[in-house]
Design a protein. Structure first.
Ligand code: CTP
Ligand code: CA
Length: 227
């Protein structure tokens, strides 16, 4: 088939996408988790593949199918996700859509924790590595375009701007994940693009449509060509 640039704006480009939640072990049968379905990140990986990119999708535990035409690396915890991301580099474009657990249990138990006279266990939490920030702040081998997400339940734009600066990425895709928004686990997403150039608010769309529009936008930024 004849692949015109308009159809395959990411042909020959390497794209890394993180998606899904992470699971942080408490003991062999229990985890700390979150409600991310992976739908938006997986849709972005699929859209990048459809745009001709060589795509690696590093995904936490999800119940949705692997996208077609994408290399999938399945991980559980944030630390495993970080290692898989480092393995997958270099990339031309890195998109961090995963809902990485902010904390893990300091020392997970080798055996199942039992109820007992001591009462409920106290879980001591420590902070996980920030995967996006560690890639965006690389001195060497930083992908030319690094995109983060900001899942917020309030002050969406303000929080996204702060994240853009704090993490050192080029763009933040901000979205409202408050329970009223229906985004978590739902079909649709309402996002705003936040960059040094300003804020662009998009109407609510299916997660697939958001993914296609994002990929077109990233391709334009990356190649300078119209996508
Ligand atoms: N992220 C990451 N590694 C982490 C935490 C977050 O790579 N340990 C990435 C997410 O994939 C997302 C961006 O950073 O692209 C923002 O995630 P978010 O949870 O909104 O930001 P945090 O910095 O964790 O701040 P908070 O949850 O307190 O709002
Ligand atoms: Ca977080």
């Amino acid at each position: 088939a004849l692949a015109r640039r308009g159809d395959q704006p990411l042909k020959g480009r390497r794209v890394l996408v993180t998606s899904g939640p992470t699971h942080e072990p408490i003991d062999p049968v229990r985890v700390l988790a979150n409600r991310s379905s992976g739908r938006q990140g997986h849709a972005i990986a699929a859209a990048a593949a459809a745009a001709g990119a060589d795509v690696t999708l590093v995904s936490g535990p999800v119940s949705i199918p692997d996208p077609a035409g994408v290399r999938v690396v399945a991980v559980e915890s944030a630390r495993e996700m970080l290692a898989a991301v480092e393995q997958a580099l270099p990339a031309d474009l890195a998109i961090f859509a995963a809902a990485v657990a902010d904390w893990r249990v300091e020392t997970d138990s080798a055996q199942k924790i039992k109820k007992g006279a001591g009462g409920p266990p106290t879980l001591r939490l420590v902070e996980n590595p920030d995967i996006l920030a560690s890639v965006a702040r690389r001195a060497e081998g930083r992908p030319p375009l690094v995109v983060g997400f900001a899942a917020e339940t309030q002050n969406v734009i303000e929080n996204a701007r702060a994240k853009l600066a704090r993490k050192g990425c080029d763009l933040i895709v901000a979205n409202d994940v408050s329970p009223e928004s229906g985004v978590m686990g739902g079909d649709r997403n309402t996002v705003a693009l936040v960059s040094a150039e300003g804020v662009e608010r998009w109407d609510a769309m299916t997660k697939e449509a958001v993914a296609q529009a994002l990929i077109a936008r990233f391709a334009t930024r990356l190649t300078g060509a119209s996508a």
